[in-house]
Design a protein around this ligand. Structure first.
Ligand code: ATP
Ligand code: MG
Length: 373
């Protein structure tokens, strides 16, 4: 049966450094949550704490009402009914596929017909019926990862943790494996926590995404909310490569819409809260789909580059009113570098005002780190 996970102010210190820093997160039974963040932000460490391979320095971890770990208590991994799938598959090379999948059952003294039947069901779930006698060395990367998933399936765990399980696979296999994970989740109903630094993977599969940076959770939201209305600049930049530009907030049109001035023109944007006094300066998140080449109106820009992408051309343009700022947009036709064109802005997202100067400063610092994406 699926189990909820409650993390309350969970921290992990290594040599005095907080690698996971006061993380609080409630995951519902059967929910699929992705932990998304850049390398070194503490994703694996958090997963290892949930699995029981790592103790907590402070805070509390519960599965439903059951205390699993805190500063002075640590339930051993074998008693947590948690399965973990690694990037490296972690299959036993000397065992056959069937033996690998049956191994956790053997450890739990499940034998004979029941073990054989659970192994067969698990292999069927991942489309590997008939592969029982093969060795891992005789399988492709995708097949090996499916064996690891079948092993996890056979255990009937209440929680499944996945640490970058697709990182070693090529891009075509990844798409079909995403489907396998979704089906696995639907069939087992297990609570799933999926670690990745690939936002498209997180978007494709998760019910909610927790964006992490430097040991902290910056924001937790559904993929759609995180993409369309991020709360901070750091998340706006990290998810969907949002470009953040200054604007003047002119007026509140309604609960969801405001009028702003940007690049010498005015446009309507979406907002999730405005400063109490207007006009005021604001920060606007613009993605490629918020910009379009037009014949007249909009703002003037110079084409920096044009790359043919098949269905569209990716243009990078520089607004005349903001020299040095590079904006990306998709156009139906290629353009000549140096050409002057008009660009319309639509449906941009006005970031909510920061709580105070200190928060704003922290967000900017985090954003500069996350801007690598
Ligand atoms: N046992 C350890 N002792 C000391 N430092 C550690 C230990 N394990 C992890 N760290 C450090 O903690 C930080 C977070 O590591 P972690 O593996 O959790 O990051 P991650 O988000 O999973 O990164 P990646 O995406 O590269 O896998 C890193 O700076 C890492 O060097
Ligand atoms: Mg990791």
């Amino acid at each position: 049966m699926a189990s909820p996970i409650h993390l309350q102010a969970v921290s992990k210190f290594f040599s005095g450094q907080a690698v996971v820093n006061a993380v609080s997160l409630d995951i519902a039974a059967g929910e699929f949550v992705a932990l998304l963040g850049p390398s070194g932000c503490g994703k694996t460490t958090l997963l290892r704490m949930i699995a029981g391979f790592e103790t907590l320095s402070s805070g509390q971890l519960q599965f439903g009402d059951q205390l699993v770990a805190d500063r002075s208590f640590h339930l051993v991994p074998e008693k947590r009914n948690v399965a973990i799938v690694f990037q490296s598959y972690a299959l036993w090379p000397h065992m056959t596929v069937g033996e690998n999948v049956g191994y956790p059952l053997r450890v739990r003294s499940i034998a004979g017909a029941e073990r054989a039947s659970r192994v067969a069901t698990a292999l069927a779930e991942v489309d590997l019926t008939g592969f029982e006698a093969r060795r891992p060395a005789d399988l492709s990367g995708g097949q090996r990862q499916r064996v690891a998933l079948a092993r996890c399936f056979a255990m009937e765990p209440s929680i499944v943790l996945l640490d970058e399980p697709l990182a070693n696979l090529d891009i075509h296999l990844r798409a079909s494996m995403e489907e396998t994970f979704r089906r696995f989740h639907a069939r087992t109903g297990a609570t799933m926590v999926y670690v990745t630094h690939d936002q498209s993977e997180a978007m494709a599969m998760a019910d909610r995404i927790a964006v992490m940076d430097k040991g902290r959770i910056l924001e937790v939201a559904s993929p759609a909310d995180l993409y369309t209305s991020p709360r901070t600049e750091a998340v706006a930049r990290f998810v969907g490569h949002g470009r953040i530009v200054d604007c003047s907030i002119m007026e509140r049109v309604d609960q969801k819409t405001a009028r702003v001035a940007v690049f010498g023109m005015q446009t309507l944007v979406r907002h999730g809260g405005l400063p109490s006094v207007l006009p005021a300066t604001g920060r606007l998140c613009l993605r490629a789909e918020n910009l379009a080449a037009i014949e007249s109106g909009g703002f003037e820009a110079r084409v920096v580059s044009s790359t043919f992408k098949g269905a569209h051309s990716l243009l990078v343009v520089e607004p005349t009113a903001a020299p040095g700022l590079a904006l990306s947009l998709h156009a139906s036709m290629p353009a000549t570098p140096g050409a002057i064109m008009r660009v319309a802005v639509s449906n941009g997202w006005l970031l909510p005002p920061p709580d105070g100067g200190i928060t704003a400063t922290l967000d900017r610092a985090a954003a500069s780190v996350l801007a690598f994406a």
